[in-house]
Design a protein around this ligand. Structure first.
Ligand code: NAD
Ligand code: MN
Length: 366
């Protein structure tokens, strides 16, 4: 029996709501799989912790969670605190501290969902976006000077290193070649950003040479947005910088039906530090505490976590339960056009795990 140690950090806003729903689903899964077990350890880090302690997590926070098998994370962001404080104090502190340089975001239009595209286009969406997660535009390098003066200045410097580009390009190539279409689209903006982005192109071009079985095409990021909307079937695996992939993956989630469904794995491929799994959405102040947050993004995220932990069968079972619920369409949250509450979606997925839901409903329908 393998017991996986999971650090649970709900964070802010709807983060704790969807992550606790996810823990319930994982516990239900473990209860029916003889060889699957979890030890969940909760950490109350985030904006309330900040109000009490003046920091988003303890000084030795990373050391406290360094030994876990995975981190299951909700979101950060508080209406009363600056976003850069909350993001850098917790989420980016973990991603960068554990050198989780590969951020992986799958998108598919789940069965039963329509999304904003015409059905024949929406059904073609089957993408994985690989986001460089350690440097680029979010390296945190830059500065402010001459505060309050007319000559005041603020700068963020986009940092691209050979080592950083090589390792994320290798990761994206390995992932792309493991998928049936063996197709990688590299996103760039080297027409306008003529230093870092040109260097990005050069290094990625060197790396892809080692993968002769891979088809590689290149897109400028602005044109990529229209390709995602107009020709979704022409895309499979996508490699993009930290900023570009951040934006493209919210677009991808919306095209897949809702920001509430998108899932993320933050991985250090060397496995020397724990990975972190999170829905892609933020803390969603407008619906916090109302009990209507869509937990499917957190569930899909849990499936990615299971897969990474070597629990492929459980990962597939969870994904199948999610798809059963979307396909039946009876328990969808408001962002997907339904009226189900977080707890009802959660109960529906748990029921679908054991097949109870589908059996009883088909009897009812019959
Ligand atoms: P957001 O993702 O929180 O919300 C955008 C919109 O999508 C809102 O209308 C929200 O209600 C809706 N939405 C998001 N998740 C949903 C879900 N699960 N179910 C139903 N609807 C959902 O983005 P935002 O409004 O730009 O940011 C709010 C805060 O979250 C900010 O402080 C921001 O910095 C933070 N944020 C954090 C993360 C993270 O922790 N990874 C990511 C994005 C934003
Ligand atoms: Mn984002």
């Amino acid at each position: 029996m393998s017991s996986h140690r999971i650090a649970v950090i709900g964070g802010d806003g709807i983060g704790p709501e969807v992550v606790e729903a996810g823990v319930k689903v994982l516990e239900a899964l473990a209860a029916t799989e003889p060889d699957l077990a979890f030890e969940f350890e909760r950490f109350d880090w985030g904006s309330d912790y900040y109000r009490r302690n003046g920091r988003m997590m303890p000084q030795d926070g990373l050391a406290q969670i360094e030994g876990v098998d995975a981190i299951y994370f909700g979101s950060v962001g508080d209406p009363d605190l600056p976003d850069d404080i909350t993001l850098w104090g917790l989420r980016l502190a973990i991603c960068q501290g554990f050198d989780q340089y590969a951020n992986v975001r799958p998108t598919r239009l789940l069965p039963g969902l329509t999304g904003p595209l015409r059905p024949e286009l929406g059904q073609q969406i089957d993408w994985v976006i690989v986001r460089e997660n350690s440097e680029g535009e979010y390296a945190g390098v830059g500065g402010r000077a001459h505060r309050g003066l007319p000559i005041e200045v603020g700068m963020d410097v986009a940092v691209f290193t050979r080592a950083g580009i090589e390792r994320i390009a290798q990761f994206a190539c390995e992932l792309a070649i493991s998928r049936p279409r063996k197709l990688l689209t590299v996103v760039t903006k080297s027409n306008a950003q003529r230093h870092g982005m040109v260097f990005w192109d050069e290094v990625v071009r060197e790396v892809v040479r080692d993968y002769p079985g891979l088809t590689v095409d290149w897109m400028l990021v602005d044109a990529m947005t229209q390709r995602m909307v107009n020709k979704p079937g022409s895309i499979d695996t996508v490699l993009a910088t930290n900023l570009h992939a951040d934006i493209l993956s919210d677009l991808a989630a919306a095209l897949g039906g809702s920001l509430g469904i998108g899932s993320t794995a933050n991985i250090n491929p060397s496995r020397s530090r724990p990975p972190m799994f999170e829905p892609i959405h933020g803390s969603a102040f407008d619906i916090t505490g109302k009990g209507v947050a869509n937990p499917l993004g957190a569930f899909w995220t849990a499936s990615l976590m299971l897969d990474h932990l070597g629990e492929q069968a459980a990962a597939r079972r969870l994904m199948a339960a999610i798809e059963t619920v979307t396909d039946r369409g009876e328990y969808l949250s408001p962002d997907l056009g339904g009226s189900a509450r977080t707890a009802e979606v959660t109960a529906a997925v748990i029921a679908a795990l054991s097949g109870v839901n589908s059996t009883s409903s088909s009897r009812l329908a019959g």
